[in-house]
Design a protein around this ligand. Structure first.
Ligand SMILES: Nc1ncnc2c1ncn2[C@@H]1O[C@H](COP(=O)(O)OP(=O)(O)OP(=O)(O)O)[C@@H](O)[C@H]1O
Ligand SMILES: [Mg+2]
Length: 272
């Protein structure tokens, strides 16, 4: 690799160890998948630690992490690259997937189901024995760098028939199913992330338990670990517990008056 090549990836290195609280044996399993360069999918509800896990693993493996937030307007060119026109003529610009495959990074496609299927198929030759990426418009076939690995994440809760991965895409990956951490681990995460007192962390987790029971009964998703972190941060800044909970745990997740009343009742009982 030339100096220029390695400097391209420098910006993607995870500098400082991210705090990650393992839930099960996912760290060892991811390492095994990486040793064999198997593609990995991480499924789970919003704000349960998927991205934090991938960031932590990239740090632990000492590999750069190229993250792409997928959306329905994304085209294959947004992933692989395109010809650009400037004053000196045309020049090729690698997309993020190409950068990762060419120079050897972990490429993390976040919310992959948002991308259209004709976009998603560009990852197929990279995720089987070929480990290649054809740049049709450039007439180049990239052989993936030995360090390259593909990781995707999505939230199966939002899945509809229109927005699902094809079996031929799914069956190129190994998978992890994530969920919110158990009460003890989640309280520990809140303490680590925000410095909030363990007793308050435990109370926040209790409120979350109520909301998570309402999933499918008026709520599409329970309260995420991310929102609990927000509530704890507000309290750390001196906001009164009930106000912090309303702002971080109730307002963002529902507009339904009944559900709101149920959640506010749970908050009042917990922080009485
Ligand atoms: N296991 C964990 N260890 C440390 N922090 C965690 C963990 N799980 C959740 N968190 C906290 O929750 C926040 C949200 O986690 P993260 O961004 O990884 O969610 P996500 O699953 O990627 O959600 P989304 O699907 O919405 O992108 C993190 O910023 C972190 O504060
Ligand atoms: Mg994420």
């Amino acid at each position: 690799m030339t100096a220029t090549d390695s400097s391209i990836l420098n910006q993607y290195l995870v500098g400082k160890e991210p705090f990650y609280q393992p839930q099960h044996d996912e760290v060892a399993l991811f390492e095994a998948a990486y040793r064999k360069r198997l593609p990995v999918m991480v499924k789970g509800p919003t704000g349960c630690g998927k991205s934090r896990f991938v960031e932590f693993m990239a740090w632990r493996l000492g590999k750069p992490l190229v993250t792409v937030a997928c959306n329905e307007d994304m085209t294959a060119a947004d992933l692989v690259g395109r010809w650009l026109l400037d004053k000196d003529g045309t020049r090729w610009q690698d997309g993020p997937l190409t950068v990762a495959a060419r120079y050897g990074a972990i490429c993390y496609l976040d919310e992959i189901v948002e991308a259209r299927q004709d976009t998603t198929v560009v990852i197929h030759p990279l995720t089987d024995h070929r480990r290649t990426l054809p740049l049709d418009k450039k007439g180049e076939l990239i052989r993936a760098h030995p360090d390259f690995q593909l990781v995707i994440s999505y939230n199966p809760g939002y899945q509809s028939l229109m927005k699902d991965l094809k079996q031929s895409t799914k069956q190129r990956f190994t998978g992890f199913e994530f969920d919110y951490p158990n009460a003890e681990l989640e309280a520990g995460i809140l303490v680590q992330e925000t410095g909030v007192a363990p007793s308050i962390a435990a109370q926040l987790v209790t409120v979350a338990a109520t909301a998570r029971r309402l999933k499918g009964h008026g709520l599409d998703e329970g309260i995420s670990t991310r929102l609990l972190v927000y509530a704890a941060m507000l309290m750390d800044d001196g906001v009164a517990p009930r106000a912090a909970c309303r702002m971080a745990l109730v307002q963002p997740i529902t507009d339904d008056a009944d559900i709101r009343a149920t959640l506010e009742h749970a908050i009042d009982m917990t922080f009485a």
